[in-house]
Design a protein around this ligand. Structure first.
Ligand code: NAD
Length: 240
């Protein structure tokens, strides 16, 4: 069964009302990343960092998956295996119905121990993380997100997924955060790569990826319908 690997970023959730980082009205226009998304910020101002992520979590809970998330979930039912590797910390892929989702940069719906990254806790309903909320080993809880300067613990797993791809779709990511951007090089050289983003032409320049410029909510459903209507994944995959 052909394996479609989808690398997504903040752009796929933009039309669900979740701010991206780098667009004109993105989060970095109103917050300095050094103040909220680094281990140094956590050392200096844990209340400020918790408040920032509590607000991001509220934003995610209010949001709904859009047509792009839903189309990717639909694709799973049509003769292919779909793995989503997302840089997003929201859960809109899962809420749309995608079953194989790897969160490279964490999940805002979880808290983790500030000492042991393996100690994870699902936050329910309107739950927030506040100073004094402790893990089972009595250390302060923090958001389960990877901050700038921290190790991406799931990177090797993501590399293995990429290495097994027959098709790669890149949706709504500026590919400017490492090491996520380097993941594309892990896909076998012969696989078809497509970039779906308003800036797709610039992002694909100098690569062999096919740019599809536009909004994810418009392009992804059209592409998925095309794949299904033309039975693209019923054709033999590599080596067959
Ligand atoms: P980014 O802000 O660097 O880039 C966003 C990309 O999305 C841009 O290329 C932009 O042209 C594109 N875009 C904007 N609107 C779009 C639309 N309607 N359809 C398709 N594409 C659209 O984001 P990034 O590359 O994901 O990387 C930065 C980091 O941002 C990641 O580490 C991620 O954890 C974090 N982040 C996540 C969320 C979220 O979970 N939803 C939100 C903001 C930031």
């Amino acid at each position: 069964m052909p394996h479609v690997v989808v690398l997504t970023g903040a752009g796929i959730s933009a039309e669900s009302g979740i701010s991206t980082f780098r667009d004109n009205n993105g989060l970095w226009a109103s917050h300095r990343l050094e103040d909220v998304a680094t281990p140094e910020a956590w050392e200096r101002d844990p209340e400020g960092v918790l408040a920032f992520y509590n607000e991001r979590r509220r934003e995610v809970r209010r949001a709904q998956p859009n047509a792009a998330h839903e189309a990717l979930a639909r694709l799973e039912r049509h003769n292919c295996r779909v793995s989503i590797v997302t840089q997003n910390i929201d859960d809109l892929h899962e809420r749309a119905g995608s079953r194989d989702v790897l969160h490279l940069h964490g999940d805002i719906g979880k808290a983790r121990s500030s000492v042991d990254p393996r100690l994870l806790y699902r936050l329910r309903g309107e739950e927030t993380i506040e100073i004094g909320h402790m893990c089972d080993h009595n250390y302060q809880l923090r958001p389960h997100v990877v901050w700038f300067g921290e190790q991406v613990l799931l990177y090797d797993t993501a590399c293995h997924i990429m290495a097994d791809a027959d098709w790669v779709l890149v949706i709504g990511t500026s590919l400017s955060v490492m090491p996520a951007a380097a993941l594309l090089d892990e896909a076998p050289a012969h696989v078809t790569r497509m970039v779906i983003d308003p800036d797709a032409v610039a992002l694909a320049r100098g690569t062999d990826a096919i740019p599809m410029a536009g909004k994810a909510s418009e392009i992804v459903p059209e592409l998925v319908e095309h794949f299904i209507a033309h039975r693209v994944f019923e054709q033999p995959a590599r080596g067959q």
